[in-house]
Design a protein around this ligand. Structure first.
Ligand code: CTP
Length: 403
């Protein structure tokens, strides 16, 4: 969302306080946020709150002294996205009918930017045919409408009408404003560690949390690709629009990956697959025994190496990850060649700010022609974007056309 110009339109519902969190999340993602409020919204939350969070002046009246004379026109034209959150039944009705009787609705009527409406109201108001028809009108005109959440509302009734969580609104917004340059492509991503069971209560695994793979899946989907995510056990939520297949062991991961491989244009193996599994999984819990206990291990399939063999002449870009604690480049280079990959993303997992369980990563990206990219420490989503940029370029270079 870095550098994206977002206008948040806050209308007068109790959920107006949640818009403060929405602004905070967008600012944290380095979006440039401006807030327009209706007069009623300003009765729920002070414009001061939004001014402090966004770092910009807030407009709540058409004839605000502070507002520029043409703000009601320019805001909706200079921005990438207008998010109306919460959108009350009243503001939805006004937008549907072209009513422009305050700053927010006038700006919306004059807007050329994309618009995302996030309804929040009492369940009966939401389900009323008038509101439903108004929302249908907005959608027909190309306005994005989010489904409200269901649950207990401020009016103590149960049902749909809750403002979607601010993080969900940010996800939706990210998807709307991003370039859809991977549309039409199938991207297969693996993520997380595998668990290799020893007995019903113990397993061998590693410290991978799946964050890097989930970031790749999120960004690929955001950029329009159709994404299959084969994931080891993690607590991360499945990214919006991504089709996830959950597996536990390396053998299960292999089966799922091989099944989806034939249809994939780009494969990113970010999973930390266990190289070995216990030779036998005991049916019962292994009991405490001698001072020194030996566990016999058997080698797991190398999934990526198998894909490297299966690839043949297909224009499928194969991307591996190399987790290293020493000789980063030499080890990664060897994996690139041995597994017949197109590129490999090497990271030093002994660092505290890169690798497992953190939100940032500093990687080196190695290519078959010997080129090495060394981007600075960045968020995993940014690394994901970079990896996808490179994979897309490789694919286009080979097919000789723009897709
Ligand atoms: N990989 C795989 N199947 C395995 C092991 C690894 O598909 N059984 C993939 C990983 O998903 C990663 C790449 O191969 O994309 C490199 O994984 P890594 O663990 O760094 O290397 P290994 O090949 O396992 O070699 P080593 O553990 O000796 O460093």
């Amino acid at each position: 969302m870095k550098g994206k110009r977002i206008v948040i339109g806050v209308s007068g519902g109790i959920a107006a306080y949640k818009a403060a969190e929405l602004v905070r999340l967008l600012v944290r993602e380095e979006a440039l946020v401006q807030v327009a409020m209706t007069a009623n919204a300003a009765r729920f939350v002070s414009p001061l709150t939004f001014g402090a969070l966004s770092g910009n002046r807030v407009v709540s009246h058409m004839f605000d002294e502070a507002a520029g004379a043409m703000d009601h026109i320019s805001w909706g034209q200079d921005s990438d996205l207008i998010i109306i959150a919460p959108a009350t039944a009243n503001v939805i009705a006004k937008i549907a009918h072209g009513i422009a009787d305050d700053f927010l609705t006038t700006m919306t009527l004059a807007a050329t930017a994309r618009i995302l409406v996030c309804p929040a109201m009492n369940t009966r108001m939401y389900e009323n045919q008038a509101t439903q028809e108004n929302l249908a009108v907005l959608q027909r005109r190309g306005i994005f409408v989010m489904e409200p959440g269901a649950g207990q509302l401020a009016c103590r009734e149960e049902g749909p009408g809750r403002l979607p969580e601010p993080a969900e609104i940010v996800d939706e917004a990210r998807w709307i404003v991003s370039k859809q340059d991977l549309a039409g492509l199938q991207v297969l991503v693996t993520a997380g560690a595998t668990h290799e069971p020893m007995d019903p209560v113990r397993y061998i695994s590693n410290r991978s949390t799946g964050k890097m793979g989930y970031a790749v899946a999120t960004m690929a989907r955001t950029r329009g690709a159709s994404v299959k995510l084969v994931t080891g056990p993690t607590s991360l939520p499945v990214p919006r629009g991504v089709e996830a297949e959950r597996v536990t062991t390396a053998v299960e991961m292999r089966e799922a990956v091989v099944k989806h491989f034939a249809a994939s244009d780009i494969v990113v193996m970010a999973a930390a697959v266990s190289d070995y599994r216990p030779h036998a999984t005991k049916d019962q819990k292994i009991k405490k025994g001698p001072e020194i206990q030996t566990l016999e291990l058997v080698k797991n399939p190398d999934i990526l190496a198998e894909l490297g063999t299966l690839k043949g002449k297909r224009n499928c870009v194969l991307v591996g990850f190399a987790a290293e604690t020493e000789d980063l480049l030499a080890n990664a280079e060897k994996k690139l060649r041995d597994k017949n990959l197109d590129m490999i993303v090497a990271n030093d997992v002994s660092r505290e700010d890169a690798g497992f369980a953190v939100d940032t990563n500093e990687v080196k990206i190695l290519f078959r022609d010997g080129k090495v990219e060394s981007p600075p420490l960045m968020k995993k989503e940014e690394v994901a974007d970079l990896v996808l940029d490179q994979a897309k370029t490789l694919r286009e270079g080979r097919s000789g056309h723009g897709k």
